[in-house]
Design a protein around this ligand. Structure first.
Ligand SMILES: [Zn+2]
Ligand SMILES: [Zn+2]
Ligand SMILES: [Zn+2]
Length: 257
């Protein structure tokens, strides 16, 4: 099983448009961040979590050949705007693409992409989403996904704990302002934690790097990767000062799980 970071940036990406700060002009490829998304492979199974505005470029760069399903964490534009580029994968599957999202996120997707969800009016050669409302743990092939609802401003983000043949392997929590105790209990001693580490300064809807470190240490994750990073974080500088085993994720990083 393998996880590829398709993007590790915050909603505007890094570099930020029209910004000439030291991170936005850095020559280090780890300072170039597409919007946050991951690709999970357990051959032949292939799944992405979120379709960012950069999804087309991300899929080209990673060489995603096919997709069995798409999972959504929440309906903010930086997580859903690439939906339309699922067309190729939908056609390859015989005009269907299973979409897993909590009922609220699904309702927002249906609103934003009504032409695709309207089964009476859509063209079969277009994106043909097959909605799967998430109401509890669900399985796709050998993988079981346990939803991890976490607060994200006025909405809830659905993170996921992924178990392979019943063994917890990784938890993905990209956009959250806190991780409640009940959710921490679901990810204790997780081998790999991927979590929001927006920036140093407090933010109303995201974790700071210090808050992410506290959560990682509290749940005793064997390995932690921070994601959804801003242009305030210079990879080489900040990564070197994190307490092991906590690291900054970067685009195209691949983890064997
Ligand atoms: Zn986001
Ligand atoms: Zn900048
Ligand atoms: Zn968000």
């Amino acid at each position: 099983m393998r996880l590829t970071f398709l993007g590790t940036g915050t909603s505007q990406g890094v570099p930020l448009l029209a910004c000439s700060c030291r991170v936005c002009t850095s020559a280090d490829p780890r300072d170039r961040r597409f919007r946050s998304s991951v690709w999970i492979e357990d051959p032949p199974l292939s799944i992405v979590i979120d379709t960012s505005p950069d999804f087309r470029s991300q899929a080209l760069r990673a060489g995603i050949p096919r997709l069995d399903a798409v999972l959504y964490t929440h309906s903010h534009a930086d997580h859903i705007a690439g939906f339309d580029d699922l067309r190729t994968y939908s056609v390859k599957n015989g005009n269907r693409i299973p979409i897993y999202a909590d009922p609220f996120t699904l309702s927002r997707l249906e609103k934003a992409f009504d032409y695709a969800f309207n089964v009476r009016e859509r063209s079969p050669a277009y994106v043909c989403p097959e909605p799967h409302p998430i109401t509890g743990p669900f399985s796709i092939g050998p993988l079981t996904f346990t939803p991890l609802p976490v607060p994200h401003g006025t909405i809830t983000t659905t993170g996921f704990r992924m178990d392979h043949h019943g063994q917890p392997r990784v938890a993905y929590l990209p956009d959250c302002a806190a991780v409640p105790g009940t959710i921490r209990d679901l990810i204790r001693q997780i081998p790999v934690l991927v979590i929001d580490g927006l920036r140093e300064e407090p933010h109303p809807t995201h974790l700071t790097i210090a808050q992410a470190i506290e959560i990682s240490q509290d749940v005793r994750a064997a390995q932690t990767w921070l994601t959804h990073l801003t242009h305030q974080t210079l990879h080489a500088e900040r990564d070197a000062t994190l307490p092991p085993p906590i690291r900054l994720a970067y685009d195209s990083l691949q983890l064997s799980l």
